[in-house]
Design a protein around this ligand. Structure first.
Ligand SMILES: Cc1ncc(COP(=O)(O)O)c(C=O)c1O
Length: 305
């Protein structure tokens, strides 16, 4: 499946002589959207081939990946289990679902939840913990948090196509690193991959280095996480609303808005040569807007329109 590249027209881009396009991966599917579609594609096929009946995965309460897995289960006939960080969410499940649009939709797609403490959640990659889950939920195909594994990376290698060779720069948000790894694998040697982590921390660079020991045409731009994962500011919300007004393209506050803010800020600060052609990947995540808006309203803050 190939998604469209849409050119962005903003005065700052014209002034600096730069072309910016957005690859609308968010439009691939209403719920299995953006990089989630790419990450799940080969995993779902593999689970079917192995005769598995259930997809089991991990995530936070507003996880894009949890909802995408629930939707994929419904579409491809798997039972789904979401192991969710935060045992308190399981104390009164109807109340949790009433307050959380992500989990509510996932439940509507038939997902069963197992709410665990933050401490227990830290064991999510450990064999003993995974074996226990496999016993509790027999015939499960276990997908890691964020959906990143080798098959996910293989799927993300299909984000860029031959037509994208014309771009000098590819910009993408990063969480676990699976998506950018796929992009780096399939990009041309002369393209610069700009990685915008949604998380704080120096480990990000090492993570990519370990996944990409042979390639050097990427850089990590760590200045746009807005104080860390899931944190939003009034400035970011204003940016999202302004960007949508000017381009009609919605951005999610956790990943794509931070990347796009960073790209345009760097355009403004002359970090791109005149004539640069940038392709920014819209990795989806728009389902998360409703949950963030609920939290913003409770704090009497401006919301995403
Ligand atoms: C919308 C969106 N964009 C980007 C990312 C980052 O992807 P990755 O975890 O593969 O780095 C995620 C997380 O999976 C996401 O949900």
């Amino acid at each position: 499946m190939i998604s469209k590249n849409i050119q962005i027209h903003l005065p700052i881009l014209q002034e600096k002589g730069i072309e910016l396009y957005v690859k609308r991966e968010d439009l691939l599917h209403p719920f299995i959207s953006g990089n989630k579609y790419r990450k799940l594609k080969y995993n779902v096929a593999h689970a079917k081939n192995k005769g598995k009946l259930c997809l089991l995965t991990f995530g936070g309460a507003y996880s894009n990946h949890i909802l995408a897995t629930a939707a994929a289960g419904k579409e491809y006939n798997f039972k789904t289990v979401g192991v969710i960080r935060g045992e308190e969410l399981g104390f009164d499940v109807p109340k949790t679902l009433a307050q959380n649009p992500t989990l509510k939709r996932a439940a509507e797609f038939g997902m069963e939840f197992k709410f665990i403490s933050r401490q227990e959640y830290q064991h999510k990659k450990e064999t003993v913990f995974l074996e226990k889950l496999a016993q509790e939920f027999p015939n499960s195909y276990i997908i890691p948090e964020g959906g990143t594994n080798e098959l996910a990376i293989k799927g993300c290698e299909e984000i860029l196509t031959k037509e994208d060779d014309v771009f000098s720069h590819i910009a993408c948000a990063m969480g676990t690193g699976g998506t950018v790894t796929g992009i780096i694998n399939s990009a041309c040697e002369n393209q610069n991959i700009l990685i915008f982590p949604a998380l704080k921390g120096a480990w990000v660079k090492e993570e990519i280095q370990s996944l990409q020991p042979n390639k050097q045409n990427w850089s990590v731009i760590s200045d746009y996480h807005f104080k860390g994962y899931g944190k939003v500011s009034d400035e970011l919300i204003t940016f999202i609303n302004q960007f949508k007004k000017e381009t009609t393209i919605p951005l999610d506050p956790i990943y794509t808005a931070k990347m796009m803010f960073g790209v345009l800020d760097r355009v403004e600060n002359n970090q791109f040569k005149k004539g640069s052609k940038i392709l920014a990947i819209h990795t989806g995540g728009l389902q998360g807007i409703e949950g963030i808006n609920t939290q913003l309203k409770q704090k009497n803050k401006p919301i995403i329109l």
